[in-house]
Design a binder for this molecule. Structure first.
Ligand code: GRF
Length: 202
C-alpha cells in the first residue's frame, strides 16, 4: 500500500513508520511526506531516506480551502492508498477527510476518549492518572474522536513531569503506529458505518 505521512514537526512517528516500511515484508511503503511547515525537521529526515517531501506553508494560501486544495491536488498525483497523520498540527476539513474516509489514520498521545486536544500529558498528570498512553484512530471530522484502531499504555511514575511522561509514551507510539498501519494495510481493520471493524483473517 502507498502511504503519505503528514507532519508538522520533528516527525519521530514518521521515522518509525519509515523504519517499519524498510522491511520488505511490511505491507506498506511511504511514497511522500507532506508538511504544513517548510521548516519541519522531519522533512530533512525524510529526504535523507530518499522519500519525496512536499511543504505547503499555510500563509502562502489565501485561506484554508486554498491550502487544502493545493494539498489535495498533490495527493491526486501521488495517489496514496493511505494517509497517516503523525504530529500534524492542523485540523483537516470534513470535505478533505471524506476523500480519504477509512484510509486516514492519526496518532494521539492519550488513551482516547480521555484527553482529546493538546497538552495531554499535563492533563493526565493533573488528573492523577496512574496510566497514560496513545491511540491510533481513523480520522473523522471531529478532532481526535474517530473510531479507535489501536491503543497501548504506560505507567505514570510518581515523579513524572509532562516531558518524562511524553518520552515514555512516544516510545510506545513508535511501536504502535506501524502495527496499526500494517493492520489497515492488510485489511485487518476497516471503517464500516462509522465503526472500526476488525477482521481476524485480516
Ligand atoms: C507525538 O506525541 C504525537 O503523538 C503527537 O505529536 C507528538 C510529536 O510527534 N501527534 P512527532 O515526533 O512529530 O511524530
Amino acid at each position: 500500500k502507498r502511504v503519505v505521512v503528514f507532519i508538522s514537526g520533528g516527525g519521530s512517528n514518521m521515522l518509525s513508520l519509515a523504519d517499519a516500511c524498510e522491511d520488505p515484508g511490511f505491507p506498506a511503503e511511504i511514497v511522500a511526506v507532506i508538511s504544513d511547515k517548510p521548516q519541519a525537521g522531519g522533512l530533512a529526515k525524510a529526504e535523507a531516506r530518499g522519500i519525496q517531501t512536499l511543504a505547503f506553508e499555510r500563509k502562502s494560501y489565501a485561506g484554508k480551502a486554498e491550502h487544502e486544495a493545493a494539498i489535495l491536488a498533490a495527493l491526486s498525483d501521488i495517489q496514496p492508498d493511505i494517509i497517516c497523520l503523525a504530529g500534524y498540527m492542523r485540523l483537516i476539513s470534513g470535505e478533505f477527510i471524506s476523500r480519504y474516509e477509512g484510509r486516514m489514520l492519526n496518532i494521539h498521545p492519550s488513551i482516547l476518549p480521555l484527553f482529546p486536544g493538546l497538552h495531554t500529558h499535563q492533563r493526565a498528570l493533573d488528573a492523577g492518572m496512574r496510566v497514560a498512553g496513545c491511540t491510533v484512530h481513523f480520522v473523522t471530522e471531529g478532532m481526535d474522536e474517530g473510531p479507535i484502531v489501536a491503543q497501548d499504555c504506560v505507567p505514570v511514575h510518581i515523579d513524572d513531569t509532562p516531558d518524562t511522561l511524553a518520552a515514555r509514551v512516544l516510545t510506545v507510539e513508535h511501536r504502535l503506529y506501524p502495527e496499526a498501519l500494517a493492520l489497515l494495510a492488510t485489511g485487518g481493520v476497516s471503517l464500516k458505518a462509522g465503526r472500526a471493524k476488525f477482521d481476524p483473517e485480516g
